[in-house]
Ligand binder design. Structure first.
Ligand code: ZN
Length: 305
């Protein structure tokens, strides 16, 4: 073998190797799963319910934490960096999100799950006049806005699976309508005057408006001061005035202020509602649908005469 032949074989080998690498990368790019990052577990569950097995999802705010008070960590920048799309609630609950995105990729593809919803507005505290973000507590808003917005964003990201996302959205919308009728049936056990829902954070306005409850809370949104003496005194007045049967704490907030209210008014704490976070896997709050069933069952059980 002369030198020239060795060189030829060498170059041929190199070209073959390059081809293999290029083909392999191409194959990888085609089969690599799309990643959607969501802001917190409740949004994540709604996105997963449409995305099914076609898209991998992950969320930023850990289970049990308040999305209002979240402070991003370096690992969240990595999550954003690896995301093909970010889906968020909007209505001001993720005030930390814009900075996080701008620090990683200002061109990041984003979709707002509450697009088109006419929100209620906060009427007290330092966020007075800004939207109340907890719209997911009205299942009809989830059916008519969250799911279609999520569906359209996923189709835009992954048009090849359009029919799959449309079909799953329809199935999920059917479940939400069933949930709505189930809630109406369950609540028939409660007389009008028993329909007062008292929680630590005023996270249940959309639920209360949809199902004709009066709402009581210590603070209106987690971003406020939580549990000042004045806030507690005002709630104690409301509870005495309306002869409320039970009050509730939430899984994602401090229970102490409500314990103080319960002691001062001598009425029981009915139990823990899920508000801004799903529960752990295996718990009664592990999906949005289960969380709603848990909340409604607990409310009825605790407020029934
Ligand atoms: Zn909240």
């Amino acid at each position: 073998m002369n030198r020239q032949m060795v060189l030829k074989l060498g170059i041929g080998g190199l070209i073959a190797l390059l081809l293999i690498v290029v083909l392999f990368n191409h194959f990888e790019a085609e089969t690599e799963e799309l990643k959607v990052l969501t802001t917190y577990s409740i949004i994540d569950d709604l996105v997963s319910s449409v995305a099914g097995d076609r898209i991998e999802t992950d969320y930023i705010v850990p289970l049990g934490a308040e999305p209002e008070e979240f402070e991003p960590l370096p690992e969240n920048m990595q999550q954003v960096d690896g995301a093909d799309l970010i889906i968020y609630n909007g209505l001001g609950i993720e005030r930390w999100l814009e900075n996080l995105i701008n620090n990683v990729n200002p061109e990041q593809k984003m979709a707002k799950a509450t697009e088109g919803i006419e929100p209620f507005y906060l009427d007290e505290g330092s966020f007075q006049g800004t939207p109340d973000p907890h719209a997911w507590f009205d299942p009809i808003l989830v059916k008519d806005f969250y799911l279609p917005n999520i569906r359209d964003a996923l189709i835009d990201l992954d048009p090849a699976n359009e029919e799959y996302y449309r079909e799953r959205t329809k199935q999920q919308q059917k479940k939400l309508l069933e949930l709505h009728y189930w809630i109406e049936d369950e609540l028939e056990a409660l007389a009008r005057e028993d329909r007062v829902l008292v929680s630590s954070e005023g996270a249940f306005r959309y639920f209360c408006e949809a199902y004709e409850f009066e709402e009581g809370f210590i603070w209106q949104i987690n971003a406020h001061e939580e549990g000042t003496p004045q806030q507690i005194a005002d709630l104690v007045d409301l509870i005495r005035d309306r002869d409320v049967g039970a009050v509730f704490v939430e899984t994602s907030v401090d229970h102490r202020p409500m314990k103080q209210v319960a002691e001062e008014t001598d009425i029981p704490i009915g139990g823990e509602l899920y508000s801004d976070s799903l529960g752990e896997a295996g718990s009664s709050g592990e999906t949005y649908l289960k969380l709603m069933e848990h909340n409604v069952s607990l409310i009825v059980e605790s407020l029934k005469e």
